[in-house]
Design a protein around this ligand. Structure first.
Ligand SMILES: Nc1ncnc2c1ncn2[C@@H]1O[C@H](COP(=O)(O)OP(=O)(O)OP(=O)(O)O)[C@@H](O)[C@H]1O
Ligand SMILES: [Mg+2]
Length: 236
């Protein structure tokens, strides 16, 4: 990993610019990618992890995110255009969506309009699942609406391309949990909208199985810890 970083211009991004967003896992830096307005999503080193394990983990998640974004696009789910992937600096460069707002913001500010986006999100989740992709962190913060009113899915670092029924149910579970924690007054209406979209795309039986899977996860109450352990990381 060290060799690949030496002389690598992407390693300069965090030193030369300020992030527009600093999340638990990554920071996002604005840049101009050969004329295309872009964002570099950089998974920066975590000092509490062993350095070589840390480098491998960040590289793996970066590659995983890029693969899953490409797979999502094939499945008919809009994602920001991927422009460059560099595992050595754990950097993913993608198109910067103009005027992007998160679905979380939209649910708060315009719940009426948000409902149809949530239904669309349900359709997109079904398309992912039908194409053997589970998103892994499907929340209202990981769906963006651009200035032209188009919905995109982002943040595929925890996606899996060989999902079992449980991984698919985790998607709905996390979505429901994001509604409960961020938009308690809209839970029912948004949950119904999501399932309406999901059923329209994948059929009622698939939606019913998903809901049953969520019920089981909630009974067990162990979903997230398992994913953390599987990834060997400490954070979500
Ligand atoms: N392509 C994009 N265009 C415009 N804004 C974006 C784009 N990708 C990400 N963002 C903004 O950056 C935020 C963080 O992106 P993302 O969820 O991919 O990072 P993250 O570090 O995994 O976040 P977290 O750890 O908080 O889930 C998004 O909520 C969104 O506001
Ligand atoms: Mg996110």
């Amino acid at each position: 990993m060290e060799a690949g970083r030496r002389g690598n211009p992407l390693a300069l991004i965090p030193r030369l610019s300020r992030p527009v967003y600093r999340g638990a896992e990554a920071s996002l830096y604005p840049l101009d990618w050969f004329g295309v307005p872009a964002l570099a999503k950089v998974r920066e080193p975590k000092p509490y992890r062993h350095p070589s394990l840390d480098a491998r983990l960040r590289a793996a998640r970066t590659i995983n995110e890029a693969r899953a974004m490409a797979a999502a696009l094939h499945a008919g789910v809009p994602v920001p255009m991927l422009l460059h992937v560099d595992p050595y600096t754990a950097t993913l460069v993608m198109e910067r969506l103009r005027g992007a707002r998160t679905l979380a913001e939209l649910v708060e500010e315009e719940p009426g309009a948000a409902r149809s986006y949530v239904e669309q999100l349900g359709r997109y989740a079904a398309r992912l699942h039908q194409s053997s992709i589970a998103h892994g962190d499907l929340t209202t913060s990981n769906a963006l609406v651009d200035e032209r009113g188009r919905l995109y899915l982002i943040d595929f670092g925890l996606a899996t391309l060989k999902p079992g029924p449980r991984d698919r149910a985790v998607d709905l579970h996390l979505f429901l949990r994001s509604l409960e924690s961020t938009h308690p007054e809209h839970v029912e209406e948004m949950y119904e909208a999501f399932l309406r979209g999901y059923s329209a795309e994948a059929g009622e039986e698939a939606a019913r199985r998903l809901v049953e899977g969520v019920r089981e996860i909630r009974l067990m109450g162990r979903y997230r810890e398992e994913r953390r352990t599987a990834w060997g990381g400490g954070e979500a």
